[in-house]
Design a protein around this ligand. Structure first.
Ligand code: GLC
Length: 736
């Protein structure tokens, strides 16, 4: 006779659960002299099954369930990577006057190449999360800029895995130094917004390990990140939120991750598979999703969720489909993060003090440092107000402060950000006549100004102003509606801006273009006749003052591109496979993303990865690579001298690229493996030193399923960009 095992099994299980939760005796979990694991073991023995199951999914849109009986706090999450964003479901219902410090976009922070600054940014954001009683920040975003028009490139750290990893580690250290959980996201291969909730990304194990995983691996191994957020998409046929390869084999077994995996919001599709694959916390709470999942916008986007809600998960456990030990493991990870970051042992005392002068200063410093001067023909910049009687300020981003891209990362600044026009007027003072012309309405704004006739009139007005001015500055680019989450953007500027720039730059040969963008922009219609181009990215609350500071030489631009600016869409590695077919996107380019692709196929970029001009010049000399031959575990030291050969102080970002000249698998022409910012006074020379370890020589061999560093010659390039290589050296890895 077939035994009725499931019911009997369930009865035993429930009985065990009740018994196990009756652990009594002194509350050892409260004893801070014990190890974290000892405290967890004790607490696990006291929590009932229902309490544990309540902890692994959200109770509300942004919070999990506390267990007041035992003093277990809720996870109180908030977005986002660029500052504390109000955490209600609908940010339109935020309390009056809510606002925090709006920091520059992630890509702008990457453009600083300044790890120390990024760490201070993370700390400044976490201070504000704590001040508001929050304990889990949903940042950083580290997804690689594979697709030049990805709607969220602005949020991430660009196209290079090494640079993205350094930025992520710095940011996470800053955030977690304040006892706030950082959440590195979105794991994995979330690199386009087109059908992001549905696409199946087909990507090789080598490309995952060499391009898409490094920032996550470094976040875990070097910054001890508390949380990883799984992405919406599938990876090689399996939803990321229920992907055993990603969530268990890679994160746990390979990377040694001890923290928790949280789902992206409404990105789950099953109960049993999701629980067994390794997701630890499903967000948002099922209750908060009720009524939403049937809304057209949710249905159209493919949002799904609520599968690990107690009413679904408990039956899966009692039926034996999900082992209780699996639930215990999830709760162990949540508690590990809470104990490790001090969240369990502290009582939140929200001060509501945000956007302090110190936090504002970090945002300002970052915004200025992130500016990238792409072109400066004839040294048109910096402007000197002694030589300017009038200046035309033009464009859809002149009178509006474009602080950030759109979506879950967009922070409401507490202060009213100063738009570029006002910042420029304040900078030049009454002696210089400042004229303003919109020139072209931002796509989607000012509908009545978006007709052909209106556009022609606006351009005509701008040209007339430019013609009679000593110089013209066009503040162009995108907005939070034309560059945002949930949609990929155009590579060309929004409608009408190319025409405007062409017309104005013909009328005034001292025309400067300032671009608000989160990534590459096509400039071929007007670049030849525009002498200077400055990329402002999205500078946060200093959207107006930061570019003006650079335009007038109050700061010497030192930003460097974290993404390749391509000449044409067809030059991108993603071009043949975007947006994919039948919801499958094939990352056929493998590891050849960004400059790796351009180098391999000899494609001339418009502006290369790592590029950025200064108001001074730098000279490199005395490159030394030692020892000339190393064993497998020996580091290589690279040193060189950098001189400020100009007349103004400035910071240079020295980039070290490594080329493996003899390898069993094809490898990129060169790869960034070290970098450093060095501030130099005019005439000053300084020696800079870098260490290359085995990681700098290794590649992922997906036949061996491991990283290998093969003996042979490695070339070392010291450059001011990936295409401006100043000095070359080499070393040999012994073993042949
Ligand atoms: C969004 C984003 C994620 C964000 C989360 C909560 O869909 O993908 O980055 O943290 O939902 O707002």
């Amino acid at each position: 006779m077939k035994t009725r095992r499931p019911q009997a099994y369930a009865v035993v299980l429930v009985a065990l659960a009740v018994l196990s939760s009756c652990q009594t005796g002194p509350a050892r979990y409260l004893d801070t002299t014990l190890t974290v694991d000892q405290r967890i073991d004790d607490l696990l023995g006291r929590l009932t099954l229902e309490e544990k199951i309540g902890m692994v999914s959200g109770e509300t849109w942004m919070e999990t369930r506390a267990v007041a009986r035992l003093g277990v706090p809720a996870l109180k999450t908030n977005d986002g990577p660029l500052g504390v964003r109000y955490w209600s479901l609908d940010s339109r219902t935020k309390p009056a006057g809510f606002g925090t410090t709006a920091f520059p976009a992630g890509v702008a922070m990457a453009a600083t190449w300044d790890q120390e600054l990024v760490e201070r940014e993370g700390k400044a954001i976490a201070e504000q999360a704590r001040a508001l009683g929050r304990n889990m920040l949903l940042g950083p975003t580290v997804n690689i800029a594979r697709l030049p028009q990805w709607g969220r490139n602005f949020e991430g750290y660009g196209e290079d895995p090494y640079l993205a990893a350094r930025m992520a580690v710095a940011y996470i250290k800053g955030v977690q130094s304040e006892g706030v959980i950082a959440t590195v996201k979105h794991f994995a291969a979330n690199n386009q917004e087109f059908e992001r909730n549905r696409v199946d990304v087909r990507v090789s194990e080598r490309a995952l390990n060499e391009i898409y995983f490094p920032a996550f691996r470094a976040s875990i191994r070097e910054a001890n990140v508390g949380s990883v957020m799984s992405s919406y998409n599938k990876v090689n046929g399996v939803w990321a939120a229920e992907n055993p390869y990603l969530l268990t084999d890679v994160l746990r077994t390979q990377f040694g991750f001890k923290g928790l995996v949280v789902s992206d919001w409404a990105s789950t599709h099953t109960t049993v598979e999701t629980a067994n694959a390794g997701l630890d916390v499903e967000m948002p709470g099922a209750e908060s999703l009720k009524g939403l999942l049937n809304e057209p916008v949710f249905v159209k986007a493919g949002f799904m969720g609520g599968f690990m809600a107690p009413e679904k998960l408990l039956p899966a456990v009692t039926s034996g489909q999900v082992a209780q030990s699996t639930i215990d493991e999830k709760v162990r990870r949540i508690l590990w993060v809470m104990f490790t970051l001090g969240i369990f042992d502290r009582r939140e005392e929200p001060t509501n003090v945000v956007d302090t002068p110190e936090q504002q200063a970090v945002a300002r410093e970052a915004a200025v440092e992130s500016m990238v001067l792409l072109k400066n023909a004839g040294a048109v910049l910096p402007f000197s107000i002694d030589r300017l009687r009038s200046i035309a300020v033009i464009g859809p981003n002149a009178a509006v402060a474009r602080t950030g891209g759109g979506g879950s990362s967009l922070v409401e600044p507490k202060i009213v950000p100063v738009p570029p026009l006002e910042a420029l007027k304040a900078r030049v003072g009454p002696r210089v006549q400042v004229g303003y012309a919109l020139g072209c309405a931002m796509a989607g704004e000012d509908k009545e100004k978006d007709t052909p006739a209106a556009r022609a009139a606006l351009i005509k007005e701008a040209v007339a102003l430019a013609r009679k001015s000593d110089a013209a500055v066009i503040f162009a680019g995108y907005s939070a509606d034309t560059e945002q989450e949930m949609t990929d953007r155009t590579l060309a500027l929004p409608a009408g801006q190319d025409d405007l720039i062409q017309a104005v730059s013909r009328a005034n040969r001292r025309t400067v273009v300032v671009l608000y963008a989160g990534g590459p922009v096509l400039m071929d219609p007007w670049l030849p006749q525009v002498p200077a181009v400055l990329v402002a990215w999205y500078p946060g609350q200093e959207a107006g003052t930061a570019p003006v500071t650079v335009l007038f030489g109050d700061a010497n631009p030192s930003g460097r591109l974290p993404v390749t600016f391509i000449k044409a869409w067809k030059d991108s590695a993603a071009y043949p496979n975007y947006p994919g077919e039948n919801l499958t996107v094939n990352y056929a380019e493998g590891i050849y993303v960004g400059y790796r692709h351009a180098d391999k196929h000899n494609i001339e970029p418009l502006f290369p990865f790592g590029h950025g001009l200064s108001y001074t010049t730098f000279e490199y000399s005395d490159l030394k690579v030692s020892p000339a031959e190393v064993g497998a575990s020996q580091p290589v030291t690279v040193s060189l001298s950098v001189k400020n050969a100009g007349s103004v102080a400035g910071a240079e970002v020295v980039q070290i690229y490594v080329a493996d000249r003899e390898s069993s698998l094809d490898r990129p022409v060169k790869e960034l493996k070290a970098f450093g910012r060095v501030m130099l006074e005019p005439g000053e020379t300084r020696s800079v030193t870098f260490t290359l370890n085995r990681d700098a020589m290794s590649f992922y061999d997906d036949t061996k399923k491991d990283w290998v560093a093969e003996p042979g010659v490695f070339e070392v390039y010291a450059g001011s960009s990936s295409r401006d290589i100043r000095l070359k050296g080499s070393f040999t890895l012994a073993g042949k």
